[in-house]
Design a protein around this ligand. Structure first.
Ligand code: SF4
Ligand code: SF4
Length: 475
């Protein structure tokens, strides 16, 4: 433990948070968002998408062993991993855009940690009771009844963690086959290990670490404040209206004092256990449950609602001065994010719809760069890779251009040098060929000469030309 020179600990012990159940429109919204996200999450890997015989038929699949990514009609090869980079950029800019508009709406409503923690807390509440009951229950000495309820809670958490983790894994391997393998005891050790790791992470993060993940482990809160400006909508407390706070007046007269009756409900419902009345804080995930709690209190005591509200700093200042307020969604920052978002989306869509489904890579042999044969001719070696990303097989007729007198030899396809050779590549496969290019003695080559490898698709009519070089002794 790190201690000061006075022998005191420099770190405060973490305080267990017992979130109280909240009710109101944001709680309802959170429930609906949770339901939609969890339904999508659990259903998506089971959706089938016919891609032809022998091809993966899962609509959304990141097939690690087959080195392919599938998203409905889109198929991504390892060579096209830049699409994933584009998607990540899209996600990041989308997050910046949402944050600039609505503050930490991602953290409060859609982050996987928030959603799973919400479910785990709901289970805890169902088994151990709401906040006060849980505090009392935890303070009780261990008994058989307490142990039973604790075990039950942990068992339900474990089942949820097992299900959510397995669902995560079947985004990376065929859902139907993998689940059938699981029931027949044929799951690989690797997959079982990953299941254990993800289950343990979900169980610990959502069951025990909870708000600690948001406050101490997640990097996003550290730099999300850079996306805010004074017009971003964030959860704020109207201190000018709430202070000075005090117990609810018995005669209902609020003259000369603030509307906050210091009931503490906004703190009790907070999943991170903070007091929003102390101002905007890193630990506030923007879940808006304190708004629900306070609005309930304001309604009961007959004061105007939204003492805590989703509002901008600009509006708060205007309200305090009695000036008109306005919602400024379109501003330079949001316009720039929206423009970048749109540009990346259009760029990705354009690249996806126009991308070639047959490509060629040619690697010139470097050691040796060339060989002089006994008859005086000069030979260079190449590795030619043809990616046939179509489902059907394709024959490619390879010829050379730009190098006088050059002839081809392809290991396994031609024994003697020829002008042209047919290279077959199965559907959905990469054909790898060892190719030699030879020029006769006396040919006009020296140093490095450009040579074109020309591929003509015999069955599909595709036509590709790939430039390479031919090395020879300097003249
Ligand atoms: S302060 Fe309010 S909005 Fe922020 S995390 Fe707590 S309950 Fe959610
Ligand atoms: S819920 Fe409202 S009234 Fe109660 S302490 Fe919080 S801000 Fe004050």
């Amino acid at each position: 433990m790190t201690v000061s020179s006075q022998g005191r600990s420099l770190f405060a012990a973490s305080r267990k948070v017992y979130p109280r159940a909240a009710s109101g429109r944001f709680r309802v919204l959170k429930n609906r968002v949770n339901a939609v996200l969890l339904t999508l999450y659990f259903v998506a890997p089971w959706i089938r998408w016919h891609r032809g015989p022998g091809a993966a038929d899962q609509a959304i699949l990141l097939d690690m062993s087959g080195r392919r990514g599938y998203f409905f009609g889109i198929e991504i090869w390892p060579q096209e991993v830049y699409y994933l980079t584009g998607l990540l950029v899209l996600g990041a800019i989308g997050l910046f855009f949402a944050t600039a508009l609505f503050g930490r709406v991602w953290c409060g409503f859609t982050c996987i940690q928030t959603v799973f923690t919400d479910i785990f807390v709901a289970v805890e509440r169902a088994i151990e009771g709401d906040r006060n009951a849980r505090i009392k229950f935890d303070a009780q000495p261990l008994s058989a009844a307490k142990l039973r309820r604790k075990l039950l809670k942990n068992a339900v958490w474990l089942v949820i963690a097992l299900l959510t983790s397995w669902t995560w894994l079947i985004y990376f391997s065929d859902a139907v086959q993998s689940t059938a393998d699981l029931f027949h005891g044929r799951t690989s050790v690797w997959m079982l290990s990953m299941w254990v790791v993800f289950t343990a992470s979900t169980f610990l993060f959502a069951g025990y670490a909870r708000e600690q993940v948001c406050i101490y482990m997640c990097p996003w809160p550290r730099f999300q404040s850079a996306m805010f400006d004074e017009d971003s909508l964030i959860v704020t407390y109207e201190a000018w209206r709430g202070e000075p706070r005090g117990k609810a007046p018995k005669d209902g007269d609020f003259a000369g004092r603030g509307d906050c009756i210091d009931c503490g409900l906004c703190v009790q419902v907070c999943p991170t256990g903070i007091d929003i009345r102390n101002g905007s804080q890193l630990a506030c995930i923007g879940c808006a449950l304190c708004i629900d709690a306070c609005n309930g209190v304001m309604e009961k005591i007959g004061r105007p609602g939204n003492l805590i509200s989703y509002d901008s700093v600009t509006n708060q200042v205007a309200r305090a001065k009695g000036l008109p307020t306005r919602l400024r969604l379109v501003r330079p920052r949001t316009a720039i994010y929206a423009a970048i978002l749109l540009a990346v989306m259009i760029g990705l869509a354009a690249v996806l719809t126009t991308r070639a489904r047959q490509t060629v890579n040619i690697l010139h042999e470097r050691s040796p760069l060339y060989v002089r044969l006994s008859d005086g001719s000069i030979r260079n070696g190449y590795t030619v890779k043809i990616l046939n990303m179509q489902r059907k097989p394709q024959d490619y007729q390879l010829t050379l251009a730009g190098l006088d007198g050059a002839q081809l030899t392809v290991i396994g396809y031609t024994d003697e040098p020829v002008d042209s050779v047919k290279l077959p590549v199965p559907g959905d496969a990469v054909g790898v060929f060892r190719v030699y290019v030879t020029v006769p003695k006396g040919a006009k080559v020296g140093g490095r000469t450009d040579v074109d490898f020309v591929f003509t698709g015999l069955s599909g009519g595709a036509f590709m030309t790939q430039e390479s070089l031919f090395a020879a002794p300097a003249k």
